[in-house]
Design a protein around this ligand. Structure first.
Ligand SMILES: NC(=O)c1ccc[n+]([C@@H]2O[C@H](COP(=O)([O-])OP(=O)(O)OC[C@H]3O[C@@H](n4cnc5c(N)ncnc54)[C@H](OP(=O)(O)O)[C@@H]3O)[C@@H](O)[C@H]2O)c1
Length: 325
């Protein structure tokens, strides 16, 4: 097998594409021949030692992937060689093969493309949990999505529309906003060139968004919170901009609004049954054509550096997918 190995977590440039012995699955594991793996923001952080999870060295990055089961370890009865699966295992995806606990491998229904499946669990799982569970988004409410053309952002536009919300997409360029409109956003704001608060006021008749989905953080957060509607819910998804914002406590009081944390990985670990229901509903929505990952580019696995460069320089629109063809 081949894999991108992180021996020194000082950035993507230090990764090396190496030939390694193909692993045998241990008890309870399956070995997957990876067909596609997607790049998620945590994959950028983990190779810089900046992510909350710090795997022992050396490790193979790549949080999410899809492929075909080649071998199963002792005790695995519900999956078999030849099954198509997707998994969000945290690491191991930027390779040709990976062994993963069978409990993390989700059987794909016929017609679920590997490229889509590799770009699905983390972004859509996070966003379903965020909008429906943590944010209690209702039909007819207004949802503001920041970083709306990114991986989780595009998922938030699509799921917001499935719920029946009015979706305002905000991003840093007109090209990104064009993509947002093409996948269902009702209105858009360019926060690099426009005045976000004034445009929000105009678009919501002064009321503000009911739910804010924020994977960006940094200096946008406080000013957006100042625009939120009465009883609004501000969903803290991530900090792609780098800075972790702080908020004066009088603002939630004055708005009767909530700051709501979202941590899908921990939700999946602590509440596996609820997460399985979330993923089953998302798979149904995919089969019905209601949601579909937006693929920015497909690149051969050995060209992973190009994907890292594209994400690090804020160019990605949707998801980057690495393939083993
Ligand atoms: N809480 C959870 O459970 C959970 C789960 C998955 C992901 N996340 C987090 O969600 C965030 C987004 O993940 P993603 O995979 O969707 O990433 P992504 O595709 O790269 O999207 C991030 C967006 O953030 C914006 N951004 C602003 N400043 C940036 C900067 N300095 N560098 C890069 N992007 C910047 C960009 O949009 P503009 O250019 O339009 O500003 C970009 O499209 C990450 O922080 C990730 O860790 C959290």
């Amino acid at each position: 097998m081949h894999a991108w190995l992180c021996e020194n977590p000082i950035g993507a440039d230090a990764l090396t594409w190496k030939e390694l012995p193909t692993p045998e699955p241990k008890a309870g594991e399956v070995r997957i021949a990876i067909r596609a793996a997607s790049l998620n923001f945590p994959d950028l952080l983990i190779v810089q030692n900046k992510y909350q999870m710090k795997p022992p060295l050396p490790f193979v990055p790549g949080s999410e992937y899809a492929g075909v089961i080649e071998a199963v370890g002792a005790g695995v009865t519900d999956l078999k060689p030849g099954d198509s699966v997707a998994a969000c295992g945290g690491t191991g995806g930027f390779a040709t093969h990976v062994c993963v606990p069978a409990s993390l491998a989700i059987l794909l229904h016929k017609g679920f493309a590997f490229d889509d499946a590799a770009a699905f669990i983390l972004t859509y799982g996070t966003t379903h949990h965020a909008l429906l569970d943590r944010g209690a988004l209702q039909a007819g409410e207004t949802l503001l999505v920041l970083g709306a053309a990114g991986g989780v952002g595009t998922a938030a536009i699509q799921i917001g529309k499935v719920v029946g919300a009015r979706v305002i997409a905000a991003a840093s360029s007109d090209e990104k906003l064009e993509l947002c409109r093409s996948i269902g956003a009702d209105a858009t704001i360019n926060y690099a060139s426009g005045n976000l608060r004034e445009e929000l006021r105009a678009l919501t008749g002064g009321k503000g968004p009911d739910v804010v989905y924020d994977p960006v953080g940094g200096d946008l957060a406080e000013s957006v919170f100042r625009s939120i509607a009465w009883r609004g819910r501000y969903l803290v998804i991530g900090f792609a901009q780098g800075g972790i914002p702080a908020l004066p406590f009088n603002l939630p009081l004055l708005k009767g609004a909530s700051v709501v944390g979202v941590f899908w990985g921990e939700f999946a670990r602590r509440e596996p049954k609820a997460n399985a229901q979330v993923l089953a509903e998302l798979a149904r929505w995919y089969a019905e054509g209601k949601v579909k990952p937006v693929i920015d580019q497909r690149l051969p696995m050995p060209e992973l550096m190009r994907a890292y460069e594209r994400m690090g320089s804020r160019k990605v629109r949707g998801k980057l997918v690495m393939t083993n063809d």
